[in-house]
Ligand binder design. Structure first.
Ligand SMILES: Cc1ncc(COP(=O)(O)O)c(C=O)c1O
Length: 373
């Protein structure tokens, strides 16, 4: 099978690039003396996680309990669920912890340790609980100077059925860095905030098992990771147009594209319409600060070469592409096929049920995506 005879729209995963990305990041993090705990929310796929494990990753990070369930059922039993836990998920999390060698949760709220402790006692399990730290993203987490930053670890330590796993942060603001220098500064800041905070906690007598950091832009820019135990990048396994524009990778490293067919051509308006719309690509705008014309994805030919075209507008099942070049407009007749390099691979992947796995020009396999919550 090849890209001419699979259904569109569908995901196409370049297996060679996945292996290369897995090996490079594992070697990079290992070189810094830390452990790689990849965030599998990017791919939600057991086969991809196996490639990461073979390359040297230790344990995984998940963003849904559905991912935790699916990966635990396939032998991944060292899992961190890296979205703050809330009481409505306690029961399922406790059940999952029984299937795992280690199942860690995170919190940034002082009300959670005593409640979770009580639930864990009731279930007869002991859970690892991290303090989520805000290192500048301001999405979730406690800023290290706040009183809760000491209060929460103490409450965890006081709990009979919880272990204080350590401190964990995600520098999501790295996606808004405008220059490489700014990105490097955010990467250093993410690390330094965490190592300084760990030192303060230790000086207060709190035992900090693990200092955990990670996003793809920072993981590709750290200059060292002294004092850090693990890094949790996720997107690096596929990369995407956003990361390549930001400078986290080269365009040739991007492993995921959406195969699409032309369903309409309008020579007068100089445009074609693809059968890949917002549901197939995601509506993530991408790095419009760096590349105002980025649109919703780059249009590549079937071999993966740039055409220079962008998906400029999206509705649910339609993707519009403006085509000024006559030769391209001739070539893009109804039924012609292209590959779209989406802005944000994690969001594109999560829309689909499986990947078509590409080795060279051949589609050799189909790997399932573990969706839902
Ligand atoms: C808590 C947490 N850790 C790690 C990551 C991985 O970051 P990235 O997607 O930049 O690789 C994310 C991504 O959102 C996250 O939320």
């Amino acid at each position: 099978m090849d890209l001419h005879n699979i259904k569109t729209p569908s995901l196409v995963l370049d297996a060679g690039r996945v292996r290369r990305n897995a090996e490079r990041m594992a070697a990079r993090v290992r070189g810094f003396g830390a452990t790689l705990r990849p965030h599998v929310k990017t791919h939600k796929c057991v086969e991809v996680a196996r490639i990461q494990a073979e390359a040297g990753a230790g344990g995984i990070t998940v963003s849904t309990l559905a991912e935790a369930r699916a990966f635990a059922a396939h032998g991944f039993t060292d899992i961190t669920y890296a979205v703050p836990i809330e009481p409505g998920k306690f029961e399922e999390a406790l059940e999952l912890s029984k299937l795992c060698e280690r199942f860690a949760l995170i919190t940034d709220d002082p009300s959670i340790p005593p409640l979770l402790d009580e639930a864990a006692r009731g279930a007869g399990v002991t859970l690892d609980l991290f303090l989520k730290v805000d290192c500048g993203y301001h999405r979730c987490g406690v800023e290290p100077e706040r009183p809760e930053a000491l209060e929460i670890p103490r409450r965890i330590e006081d709990a009979s059925n919880l272990r204080f796993a350590g401190i964990l942060t995600h520098a999501g603001h790295s996606y808004h860095a405008r220059t490489q220098a700014e990105l490097l500064a955010i990467a250093r800041h993410e690390r330094d905030v965490m190592t300084e905070f760990a030192a303060r906690l230790r000086a207060e007598g709190v035992e900090v098992q693990t200092v955990s950091v990670g996003s793809t832009p920072t993981a590709t820019h750290y200059d060292h990771l002294e004092g850090v135990d693990e890094a949790r990048p996720g997107n690096y396994i596929f990369f995407d147009a956003f990361q390549a524009t930001l400078g986290s990778c080269a365009f040739e490293d991007c492993a995921l594209t959406v195969l699409a067919a032309v369903v309409h051509r309008d020579r007068a308006r100089r445009k074609v319409v693809l059968d890949a719309g917002a549901i197939a690509l995601s509506k993530d705008r991408g790095p419009s600060e760096f590349d105002p014309a980025c649109g919703y994805g780059r249009v590549l030919d079937l071999e993966g070469a740039e055409t220079g075209l962008r998906v400029s507008a999206l509705s649910q099942e339609h993707g519009e592409v403006q085509v000024e070049d006559d030769r391209l407009l001739d070539a893009l007749s109804v039924g012609a096929r292209v590959r779209v390099l989406a802005n944000h691979s994690c969001l594109s992947a999560a829309q689909h049920a499986h990947y078509h796995v590409l080795e060279g020009a051949r589609v050799v396999d189909r790997w399932e995506i573990q969706r839902g919550w």
